[in-house]
Ligand binder design. Structure first.
Ligand SMILES: Cc1cc2nc3c(=O)[nH]c(=O)nc-3n(C[C@H](O)[C@H](O)[C@H](O)COP(=O)(O)OP(=O)(O)OC[C@H]3O[C@@H](n4cnc5c(N)ncnc54)[C@H](O)[C@@H]3O)c2cc1C
Ligand code: SF4
Ligand code: SF4
Length: 337
């Protein structure tokens, strides 16, 4: 019998290793995983094709990024074809860094190289994130910016995009744990994963140190303890500390030690800072303010990057400070248990 949800339960959930990426939820053909917002791992209905009916499956175990050893022997910044600072060649009001991720996706949607983007959006009043499918460049621009809080798994929307809506050229934006799961989907020869494998065209990975639990950080620490109402928050930014910009222009500065208790438990075993398995990785560190650091790692990534630059949607900037990226990547690598 192939490994299945029972093994995920033992090896991942009970060991507090679950990243909450949602890959198992997205690909289960029996729709047997359920996720209650705020939980640290999915639950299972205990009806399983493999375990209950003896029908070969094992898809959930096969895609989980936490059942394999964390990367430890790869170059700190991973493989790269091109490393550059870049920004959007047009106005992106809510951009997190240089708006380069929005520009890449905008270009790909406009050129019809992709038909949908699976990503994380958020409610502007509560800042509660959700897994979403975006199909137009106009909506894409309104959803720029980083969601550092976690509420539901990113890949919840992947099933809808692939199975229900039948998009066949999907770009997925995700933090490194999500990117690792996508790599496992792309590399698997499990027939049940074929529709996912053949529909994922581009994977953009965001650099990531950690992710906060929405309930603990926003509803607990900010709202109840600090009396910061969510609708007053304009932007979250993590740059050595958590900076929260409010609507009146003031900033609340929280040292990371103060918000350590809000970090999701699954992040404690995560060692990948730059999304080593993405087609293109993107982050703030390494670039001047107003620019995004981009690492294109695969010929696919390079193709999308090149097209966006040629079209003028993406504009290259000054040289990248590689040392700054390596410093953070090394720090995260040392987290290994
Ligand atoms: C949890 C988290 C932690 C991060 N930590 C670091 C860090 O430590 N150091 C660093 O240099 N950079 C970090 N980043 C990346 C950084 O915040 C920016 O996302 C990156 O620089 C790209 O900026 P941009 O202006 O080009 O993106 P934008 O043009 O603003 O576009 C961002 C895109 O990402 C999507 N998105 C936002 N949040 C998520 C999410 N949680 N999951 C999937 N998609 C999402 C949006 O829908 C949008 O399409 C982090 C990002 C996240 C989400
Ligand atoms: S890490 Fe992702 S695939 Fe693995 S159990 Fe958690 S949600 Fe499922
Ligand atoms: S640190 Fe980032 S990439 Fe790693 S598990 Fe947490 S959210 Fe995922």
């Amino acid at each position: 019998m192939a490994k299945n949800y029972q093994d995920l339960k033992k090896e991942v959930w009970e060991e507090e290793k679950c990243a909450g990426c949602g890959a198992c939820i997205a690909i289960c053909p029996a729709d047997a995983f359920v996720f209650s917002p705020g939980d640290f791992h999915p639950k299972h209905t205990e009806y399983c094709k493999e375990a209950s009916d003896g029908v070969p499956c094992g898809a959930c175990y096969e895609v989980c990024p936490r059942v394999i050893p964390a990367p430890s022997d790869r170059p700190l910044m991973g493989e790269s074809i091109r490393l550059l600072s870049a920004k959007a060649g047009f106005e992106v009001p809510g951009k997190q860094s240089g708006g380069a991720v929005t520009a890449l996706l905008y270009d790909a949607l406009e050129a019809r190289h992709i038909d949908a983007v699976v990503t994380v959006t958020e409610d502007p009043w509560t800042h509660r994130p959700s897994s979403a499918i975006i199909t137009t460049s106009a909506v894409l621009i309104t959803q720029a910016g980083s969601r550092y809080n976690w509420w539901v798994p990113l890949m919840a929307a992947l099933k809808e995009a692939v199975i229900t809506k039948k998009y066949r050229n999907i770009a997925v934006v995700g933090v490194p744990c999500v990117v690792q799961a996508l790599k496992r989907i792309r590399q698997s020869d499990n027939a049940l994963l074929r529709p996912f494998r053949s529909s994922i065209r581009l994977v953009i990975g965001l650099f990531c140190t950690e992710c906060f639990d929405y309930q603990t950080l926003v509803e607990g620490k900010l709202l109840r303890e600090r009396k910061i109402e969510t609708w007053k928050i304009r932007k979250f930014e993590v740059k050595g500390a958590l900076d929260i910009t409010l609507g009146d222009g003031t900033t609340v500065h929280l040292p990371l030690s103060e918000v350590a208790e809000c970090v999701r438990p699954g992040c404690a075993v995560c060692t990948d800072f730059t999304a080593l398995d993405a087609d293109i990785s993107a982050g703030a560190v390494g670039s001047e303010a107003g620019y995004t650091t981009l690492i294109s790692r695969t010929p696919v990534g390079e193709g999308f990057l090149d097209h966006a630059i040629q079209a003028g949607h993406l504009v290259a900037g000054p040289k990248v400070d590689q040392k700054a990226i390596k410093r953070l990547a090394e720090k995260k690598m040392k987290r290994m248990r």
